[in-house]
Design a protein around this ligand. Structure first.
Ligand code: SF4
Length: 350
C-alpha cells in the first residue's frame, strides 16, 4: 500500500508516456508491443513495431498474412517463436472471438504465446483492468524492494513474487501503475548500477538499506553452457545465388528459411552428392559461432559451386535460390544472413 502511490506520483514526471503503442493503446497494439519487448530493448523494438503496424494494422490483417511476411518483418529480432505465436493467436482471435480481443485474463492466457504476465499487461494497459504483472523488470524491482532471496525462476520464489505483485497493484490507475513499475525497472532500478538516489521508493527499500542491490535478484544457479554444431551446405550459383531450405515448422528458427543443415560433414557431403550432381567439389568455409540464450551454435559452412551443367534443385515450397543482390522478402534468421554474406564475400575474393 505504501508502494503504489509513490510510484504513481513519480510516473507523472519520470515515466514514459509517448511510446508508439501508448498512442491509441488498443489491446492489439499493446499485445504486439508486449511480445516484441519480451526479449528486445524499447529503442530496438520501435522501428520494427512501426513496420509491423503499417503492414498489419489490425488482428485480421495479421491473421490473413502469409507466415513468410510475418517472419520477414520479425527478421533480426530473434526468438521467432514469438512471431509464429502472434500469428497463431491472431488466427484464434478471428476464428473464436470474431476478431475482437477476448475479455478476461483466462481467455487471453488461452491464446498461444501469452503467459500470465503478458495477459495482465495487455488488459491493464489497454483496458485499465486490475491485473498484476511480473516481467523481468518487475521481478528485479520487487526482489530488491522486498529483499526476496532465491532465484526468481524457482517456483517458490516466483509464487512469492506474484503474491507481492498482486498486493502492490492498486485498485485504481492500474494502467499508469503498470507502466510505472515497468519504467522504474527499465530506467531506474536497472540490472547494473541502479539509480537509487532518484528512486521514488528508496527510503524503505530492503536492498538499498543493506547494500544488496548487486546481489538481488539472485542469479540462476550456474550450469555448464552446452554447445551444438552443424554442417551447413552453401550451394552457390553464379556467385550470387544461394540455395535455401525451409526449416521444419517447430524447433530452432521454425518455419523460417535456412541453409540445408546436417549433423555431420558426411551427411552434408551425401546431400551434395545426391542433389547437386555435377557440382564442383565442396570445400570448407570459415565457421561461424552464434550464442543463443541457452547454448552456443557452431556453424560449419560447406561451400559448393553449381556450375553450368550441374543438376540442381529448383525453387519450390521447400527450396529457394536466394539472390543476394535482390533479396526476397522472406524470414531469414540473422546468423544465417550473416553466414551467407560472409561466404559470398569470401568466395568472391578467393
Ligand atoms: Fe531499486 Fe534502488 Fe529503488 Fe531499491 S532503491 S527499488 S534497489 S532503484
Amino acid at each position: 500500500k505504501r508502494f503504489a502511490p509513490r510510484l504513481l506520483q513519480w510516473f507523472e514526471s519520470g515515466g514514459r508516456k509517448d511510446l508508439p503503442w501508448q498512442r491509441d493503446p488498443t489491446p492489439y497494439r499493446v499485445w504486439v508491443s508486449e511480445i516484441m519487448l519480451q526479449q528486445t530493448q524499447v529503442a530496438t523494438a520501435i522501428p520494427y513495431y512501426h513496420a509491423f503496424m503499417q503492414r498489419f494494422p489490425d488482428v485480421r490483417a495479421l491473421a490473413a498474412a502469409p507466415l513468410d511476411e510475418v517472419l520477414h518483418l520479425w527478421s533480426g529480432l530473434g526468438y521467432y517463436a514469438r512471431a509464429r505465436n502472434l500469428q497463431r493467436a491472431a488466427q484464434a482471435i478471428v476464428a473464436r472471438h470474431g476478431g475482437e480481443f477476448p475479455p478476461g485474463l483466462e481467455a487471453v492466457m488461452a491464446l498461444p504465446g501469452i503467459g500470465r504476465s503478458t495477459a495482465g499487461a495487455i488488459l491493464a494497459l489497454s483496458r485499465g483492468e486490475r491485473h498484476a504483472i511480473l516481467d523481468g523488470n518487475v521481478k528485479r524491482v520487487l526482489s530488491r524492494w522486498f529483499g526476496v532471496r532465491g532465484h526468481p525462476g524457482e517456483p517458490a520464489v516466483e509464487r512469492r513474487l506474484w503474491d507481492l505483485a498482486e498486493a502492490c497493484t492498486p485498485e485504481r490507475d492500474v494502467a499508469q501503475y503498470t507502466q510505472a513499475i515497468m519504467d522504474l525497472g527499465a530506467m531506474v532500478c536497472t540490472r547494473a548500477r541502479p539509480a537509487c538516489l532518484l528512486c521514488p521508493v528508496n527510503d524503505d527499500c530492503v536492498a538499498r538499506a543493506h547494500n544488496l542491490q548487486d546481489q538481488l535478484p539472485e542469479p540462476r544457479p550456474r550450469l555448464a553452457r552446452p554447445a551444438r554444431e552443424a554442417w551447413l551446405v552453401v550451394a552457390m550459383r553464379g556467385g550470387h545465388k544461394v540455395l535455401l531450405e525451409r526449416r521444419p515448422p517447430s524447433g530452432l528458427w521454425g518455419g523460417m528459411w535456412g541453409l540445408p543443415e546436417f549433423p555431420t560433414r558426411a551427411h552434408a557431403l551425401q546431400f551434395c552428392k545426391e542433389h547437386l550432381v555435377g557440382a564442383a567439389a565442396p570445400h570448407a568455409g570459415r565457421p561461424l559461432r552464434h550464442a543463443f540464450s541457452h547454448f552456443d551454435f557452431e556453424m560449419h559452412p560447406l561451400v559448393v559451386h553449381c556450375l553450368g551443367k550441374a543438376e540442381s534443385l529448383r525453387d519450390d515450397d521447400r527450396f529457394l535460390w536466394y539472390d543476394v543482390r535482390r533479396p526476397a522478402k522472406i524470414g531469414l534468421p540473422r546468423p544465417i544472413a550473416t553466414l551467407v554474406t560472409r561466404v559470398t564475400t569470401d568466395e568472391k575474393s578467393a
